[in-house]
Design a protein around this ligand. Structure first.
Ligand code: BDR
Ligand code: CA
Length: 312
């Protein structure tokens, strides 16, 4: 089993990422930490607990993390996409348990320290908590196997033309994480826009008829409105679940391993992930570059959807 910690801001796609990880025998969620992003820290923490309650997993510790980015003001990303609560649409249960008394940072440290194996981090919101962890306890990096991030995009943004929301929301934190020296998988918009579920396919998921498949179909109903109506996509784009799928089914993705850095001071490009697929620095200037990131570009969508439906 791959031991993971999910750092998230649910969010409909965060919820589906959690459900997919829970369903998978190859993954073991050791802890879930929350970060302000799609909604305020209070709201996303409640949502996380409700999703775990819905899945009857009251045993997984949830700790509340950063209420704002490292140096910038919080700009809540989910008002239009995820609604006022951050998880509008499906009827959710009451919280079945309390958040941990530890902060997200404390729970991250404890979980990593106590683990006998190296931990894989799965951040699917702004990278504030993970950056703070690396700043406060750089020694713990040696106990981290890799980081599977939903964020960024080589060729596109969704919050600005250049930047994806999770990276844009806290670019300084993202810069710390991408320059951490740890191997990163980047499930950015290049691939998440290709990992979509159509309305017709969502009816197949609903028809599976169990509580979780119906819940997932309702999450997709709400979340996909924005993708159809505003973004004009052919289906619900499965952003955050792709960071989980990348760990479970690496063979269904195509990728390039190269250097990725984050723009923090651009006039038009703040929060952009600068993805050097061609290797310019090395080829032209002979500079040694850190191929820090495996950037996912494409996915076998049919296999992706099948695997997700089976998990639900
Ligand atoms: C990211 O932003 C949020 O809306 C989603 O939860 C996802 O993590 C996509 O840009
Ligand atoms: Ca998210």
């Amino acid at each position: 089993k791959i031991p993971i910690i999910i750092d998230c801001d649910p969010g409909h796609d965060d919820a589906m990422a959690i459900l997919w990880a829970l369903a998978s025998p190859q993954l073991e969620i050791r802890a879930v930490t929350t970060v302000a992003g799609n909604q305020t820290i209070e709201k996303v923490t409640v949502n996380t607990i409700k999703v775990l309650t819905k899945a009857c997993r009251l045993d997984i510790p949830v700790a509340m993390g950063a209420k704002q980015p490292l140096v910038r003001k919080l700009v809540v990303g989910g008002e239009v996409v995820h609604g006022d609560s951050g998880l509008e649409g499906p009827i959710l249960p009451e919280c079945g348990f309390e958040p941990s008394k530890l902060t997200a940072l404390e729970l991250l440290i404890k979980t990593i320290e106590e683990s006998e194996e190296k931990i894989t981090l799965v951040p699917i919101g702004p990278l504030t908590n993970i950056a703070i962890l690396f700043i406060v306890r750089p020694d713990l990096k040696e106990k981290i196997e890799r980081i599977s991030i939903m964020g960024g995009g080589a060729y596109m943004g969704n919050w600005t033309p250049a930047a994806e929301y999770n990276i844009w929301a806290d670019p300084e934190a993202a810069k710390v994480v991408f320059n951490s020296g740890l191997p990163i998988i980047m499930a950015g918009l290049d691939v998440t826009h290709k990992a979509y579920i159509t309305r017709e396919e969502n009816e197949i998921l609903r028809a599976q008829g169990n509580e979780i498949s119906v819940f997932a179909a309702e999450l997709i109903d709400y979340f996909s409105r924005y993708h159809y109506e505003v973004e004009g996509f052919p289906g619900c784009t499965m952003h955050d679940p792709t960071a989980i799928a990348a760990l479970l089914y690496p063979e269904i993705f195509t990728s390039v391993t190269c250097n990725v850095d984050v723009e923090v001071s651009g006039e038009l490009t703040t929060g952009m992930t600068v993805v050097d697929t061609i290797g310019y620095k090395e080829k032209i200037f002979g500079e040694k570059v850190d191929k820090n990131t495996t950037v996912l570009f494409n996915v076998d969508r049919k296999k992706y959807v099948e695997a997700f439906f089976e998990a639900m």
